[in-house]
Design a protein around this ligand. Structure first.
Ligand SMILES: O=C(O)CCC(=O)C(=O)O
Length: 266
């Protein structure tokens, strides 16, 4: 299987609409190159451009959906189209990832569960998702996560319990914590014996330089490919069968102990 992670530069000099069109052509250029294309988190606005969330929010089937569905079918690829600020007509905004099949049908929508910002930004401007999302592809099952989710191993264990073998993380991770990004991506791969495909943004928006350094890690924790800091398409070939082989040869996942007793307080 070949995957391309498109690490889009999100800078303020470009409108959301211009970036949407530019990204659609980057996706179309993956025809015949990749089976699966992955985009980052909130790439129309930037993950830290809080004032733009409401201004650029769109219904699930809004302009980004339309263009990305078409780009997926034009390219004949599975497309994890990163996330959009979704306006739910009956609720708050959500940070929602969209996954399209090669025929351009929506295969999954994932509302980010862990919102970033503590008492500001996304944490107060958006609602929290409650549902795990996996997507069955020929040859592997994707587990879908977004940015700050990467810090919460229990989410990934939940995805693995539902069959995930390739963990896809769309992010807008800041340069300031780049060391955490790389470390956590490798940790999630090792502990879950799964591939991790983590796609971030490049550029600077709202004064926050982005880390770039999108990364693909194998089930043994080895880095198969890593991008630099700027806009880049990172293409990697990987064998999804390695997940079952790794879990067979080193069956640590089977040794999980669930439902431990609480401390008795000696
Ligand atoms: O956890 C972090 O350091 C970054 C998270 C983040 O930027 C996000 O979820 O948007």
């Amino acid at each position: 299987m070949r995957a391309s992670l498109i690490q889009i530069a999100v800078d303020e000099g470009e409108s959301a609409e211009a970036r949407r069109r530019r990204t659609a052509s980057l996706v179309r250029a993956q025809a015949g190159v990749a089976d699966l294309v992955v985009l980052p988190e909130l790439w129309t606005t930037g993950a830290f451009a809080y004032e733009a969330f409401a201004a650029e929010a769109e219904p699930l089937e809004g302009p980004t959906y339309e263009l990305m569905a078409k780009a997926a079918s034009d390219a004949g690829v599975w497309l994890h189209a990163g996330s959009i600020p979704e306006r739910d007509p009956e609720g708050p905004l959500y940070n929602t990832s969209l996954v399209f099949s090669p025929s351009g049908d929506l295969a999954a929508a994932y509302r980010k569960i862990h919102r970033f910002g503590f008492d500001r930004g996304e944490a107060v401007l958006m609602g929290a998702g409650r549902e795990l999302v996996t997507v069955r592809l020929p040859g592997t099952t994707l587990g879908v996560a977004t940015c700050y989710d990467l810090r919460f191993p229990e989410l990934f264990r939940g995805l693995v319990a539902h069959g995930a073998e390739t963990l896809v993380v769309a992010a807008g991770w800041p340069e300031r914590r780049r060391a955490h990004w790389t470390l956590l991506a490798r940790a999630r791969a090792v502990e879950n014996q799964a591939f991790v495909l983590a796609c971030g943004t490049a550029g600077t928006h709202a004064g926050v330089p982005q880390a770039g350094h999108s990364i693909v890690v194998d089930p043994w924790g080895e880095v198969l490919a890593e991008a630099g800091p700027g806009e880049q398409v990172l293409t990697v070939e990987f064998d999804p069968a390695r997940v079952a082989a790794t879990r067979d040869q080193f069956p640590a996942l089977k040794d999980r102990v669930l439902g431990l007793e609480p401390p008795t307080g000696f």
